[in-house]
Ligand binder design. Structure first.
Ligand SMILES: [Zn+2]
Length: 132
């Protein structure tokens, strides 16, 4: 199935294949790069790629939970990385955003694990002290 698109730069009409949707294409008339979408061609590859591309989780919610309920310093580290995910993704730094996302998750998990560990330890101690 092919459909009509209009070059966002020189406004020439041409036919595009459905399988091209989401891909970059070079206009045969003005040889500028455009992105094929199902609604036509657009001129801004970076912004469009971010909004239509994969969604990188920021784990901000998890980071905040870690900060409030578990471990404040580790939670803050996690929030810092979680905040970087969106800003890096906006800037087109997908690789950096993915890394920040992973680090946010790792630090939040360490915070949760530590607080659960210390909670368990605290529970053991209080049981022992109650016993005596
Ligand atoms: Zn063109």
């Amino acid at each position: 199935m092919s459909f009509k698109i209009e070059c966002p730069f020189c406004h020439q009409e041409m036919l595009a294949e459905e399988k091209w949707i989401g891909q970059e294409a070079e206009c045969p008339f003005c040889s500028k790069t455009m992105i094929i979408t199902k609604d036509g061609a657009v001129s801004q590859p970076l912004v469009n790629r971010n909004s239509s591309g994969e969604k990188i989780p920021s784990y901000l919610f998890l980071a905040i939970i870690t900060t409030i309920l578990c471990c404040l310093p580790l939670g803050i580290v996690s929030i810092v990385y979680a905040a970087q995910v969106n800003s890096k993704q906006m800037a087109g730094d997908i690789e950096g955003a993915r890394k920040a996302s992973q680090l946010a998750l790792i630090w939040a998990c360490i915070g949760i694990a530590l607080s659960m560990g210390s909670g368990l330890l605290w529970g053991c101690f209080s049981v022992i002290f109650d016993y005596f």
